[in-house]
Design a binder for this molecule. Structure first.
Ligand code: 5GP
Ligand code: ZN
Length: 116
């Protein structure tokens, strides 16, 4: 169910504009408003669930779909050759700020590990 007070539900509904790069029946991908790399795209399921912590078996296909979609977008954005990073921030220590699960696809520069 879409949540009225959720910014990503509102973007998916078209109530808040975004720079869309991809969409299908399961997810939508758009550029992050505050990019942390030359390419910074958010891949967001249409279904609202808060985080990996609240994900359940019913989300198995959706979660797999999100990762495969990251791979496809990375190839389209010409990131696959040099590589890229995929991140799911979860909860307070994970640095999550929007509580509608989403996958960050970051590329176009070198990343270090572990991240800060
Ligand atoms: P989190 O910190 O929850 O892992 O990631 C949330 C991300 O959403 C942040 O990188 C933030 O810049 C991005 N973000 C927050 N509000 C908006 C918005 O209104 N539009 C877009 N495109 N990105 C947003
Ligand atoms: Zn939502």
């Amino acid at each position: 169910m879409s949540q009225e007070d959720c910014i990503f539900c509102r973007i998916i509904a078209g109530d808040i504009p975004s720079k869309k790069v991809y969409e299908d029946d399961v997810c939508m991908a758009f550029h992050d408003v505050s990019p942390q790399a030359p390419v910074h795209i958010l891949v967001v399921p249409r279904e609202h669930f808060a985080s990996l912590d609240t994900a359940a078996k019913q989300h198995r296909e959706t979660l797999g779909h999100l990762l495969l979609t990251c791979g496809e977008i990375a190839r389209e954005q010409n990131l696959a050759g040099e590589g890229y990073r995929v991140v799911i921030n979860t909860g307070e220590h994970g640095g999550q700020t929007v509580f509608h699960l989403h996958v960050h696809l970051l590329g176009g520069r070198q990343f270090v590990f572990p991240p800060g």
